[in-house]
Design a protein around this ligand. Structure first.
Ligand code: NDP
Ligand code: HSE
Length: 436
């Protein structure tokens, strides 16, 4: 058998993902040695509470609460604690101490990525984070390596498993939002702080990471336009179903045309949107994720699979560990972050897309014309219009308008004017329509 050099691996965190990483490192140690060319010795596992019950049995002598000591002398540090601090300080300490870092922490990278990548650049260390976006699905390496010779135009997809699970339950089983959320919580799909998922923060963190890589530009969480699924009701899902569509929480990263000053920009946004049931994303069920990448030469590519889960995410982490071990042995500098293009991130007002506006109006002559007039004044062109009356004796009608592509600015002005128009009782919902 080949004699391998030993690399010391420090694991920070033994929760859903960390415990699976520890298990696989120990169970597949020989295979991983063959693949990486190094014997990967699990030097210790940082936890908050050594006596906490764990799903995976871990040798007690490996558990520690002494981060400083564990990181000191490690060749590879795997950070799977989550959150910003102390994860940020430990990662920086690891890099400055000469270790390569593997992390699944999207919150950390989307807020402190620049600081971490700069620290790594200074010492030539690598920071790998395949698990940070779409868990088991290989998407970071394809963007960074496989597509490095192409020009990425657009990334479009479902990157949050728990909200997809909730929307899917509402769509397929007719549940209301509270019930679907209760089941998602019971199954452990939501983050400990569920607002991270429900309000779109988790998807926005992932969108920031994807856009940074794809457009060689630093995009942080604050740059991302974010809307979550809190406002999506069972009625909206039912309306979408009747119209042959489904509502999905989408992350969209795209290049957009130069502004008046001639500056190219990118748009990075997360919001619930309607897509046709014919679109492949409509078939992404449960907690799965799917990401479309459109590149100039490669054309459209689709990446699909498990977007969460301990073992699934551990697979992505271990892929990064093998790469980090190879780099550590080979020496040289790690693949740095490429932020050379530094494009501006455009405000949401600069995007154009199609919209669906649902209104409650008085069922009277001239109302449809008044509504059409408001859209016309703002230059928003109507593609479809459907009027329904729930009951024969009702004085209230519901109008569902689908627009052609319009600017977000024109759409906002239209909605404000519709809301103020005496013919309109209520603007029930406004949804963007994506995935042409
Ligand atoms: P968990 O909350 O399940 O586990 C966190 C672990 O870190 C626990 O073992 C905890 O210790 C330890 N820890 C947390 N804070 C400290 C601290 N201050 N000092 C020492 N130890 C600490 O998280 P997950 O495993 O779910 O997630 C880990 C990372 O992976 C996160 O960044 C997450 O966003 C990311 N990720 C998770 C996915 C998933 O499906 N779960 C998917 C993709 C990415 P103790 O056990 O003692 O409490
Ligand atoms: N909370 C995340 C999700 C976990 O629901 O997708 C995986 O990153």
């Amino acid at each position: 058998m080949t004699e391998h050099r030993t690399l010391r691996v420090a694991l920070l965190g033994a929760g859903s993902v960390g415990s699976q990483v520890a298990r696989l490192l120990r169970e597949h140690g020989d295979d991983l040695s063959e693949r990486s060319g190094a014997r990967l010795e699990l030097a210790g596992i940082l936890v908050r509470d050594i006596d906490a019950p764990r799903d995976v049995e871990l040798p007690r002598e490996l558990l520690t609460t002494d981060a400083e000591q564990l990181i000191l002398g490690a060749d590879i540090v795997i950070e799977l604690m989550g959150g910003i601090e102390p994860a940020r300080s430990y990662v920086l300490q690891a890099i400055r101490g000469g270790a390569d870092v593997v992390t699944g922490n999207k919150a950390l990278l989307a807020t402190h990525g620049a600081e971490i990548f700069e620290a790594a650049d200074q010492v030539g260390a690598s920071v790998s984070y395949e698990a940070a976006v779409a868990a088991a699905i290989p998407i970071i390496r394809p963007l960074r390596d496989s597509l490095a010779g192409d020009r990425i135009e657009r990334i479009f997809g479902i990157v949050n498993g728990s909200t997809n699970f909730i929307l899917d339950k509402m769509d397929r089983e007719g549940l209301d939002a509270a019930e679907a959320q209760r089941i998602a919580t019971e199954l452990g799909y939501l983050e400990a702080d569920p607002t991270l998922d429900l309000e779109g923060y988790d998807a926005a963190q992932k969108a920031a990471i994807l856009a940074s890589l794809a457009f060689h530009t630093r995009v942080s969480l604050d740059d991302v336009h974010r809307e979550g699924i809190e406002s999506v009701t069972a009625d909206m899902i039912e309306d979408a179903r009747r119209a042959g569509s489904v509502i999905k929480l989408l992350a969209i990263c795209e290049r957009i045309a130069a502004d008046d000053d001639g500056d190219d920009a990118v748009s990075v946004r997360v919001y619930p949107a309607l897509i046709s049931r014919e679109h492949p994303l409509a078939a992404v069920h449960g907690g799965n994720n799917a990401v479309f990448v459109e590149a100039e030469a490669a054309g459209p590519l689709m990446f699909y699979g498990a977007g969460a889960g301990g073992a699934q995410t551990a697979s992505a982490v271990l892929g990064d560990v093998v790469s980090a071990a190879r780099r550590h042995l080979a020496g040289g500098v790690g693949v740095g972050e490429s932020a050379r293009q530094n494009r501006s991130v455009a405000p949401i007002a600069r995007i154009t897309t199609r919209y669906q506006i649902t209104l409650e109006v008085a069922d009277q002559p001239g109302v449809l014309a008044a509504v059409a007039g408001v859209l016309g004044e703002q230059g928003v062109s109507i593609a479809t219009a459907l009027q329904t009356v729930e009951r024969e004796d009702s004085a209230v009608a519901r109008i569902v308008i689908g627009t052609h592509r319009a600017s977000e600015k024109a759409l906002s002005a239209t909605v404000a004017r519709l809301a103020a128009n005496p013919a309109v009782g209520r603007v029930v919902s406004v949804l963007r329509m994506e995935g042409e």
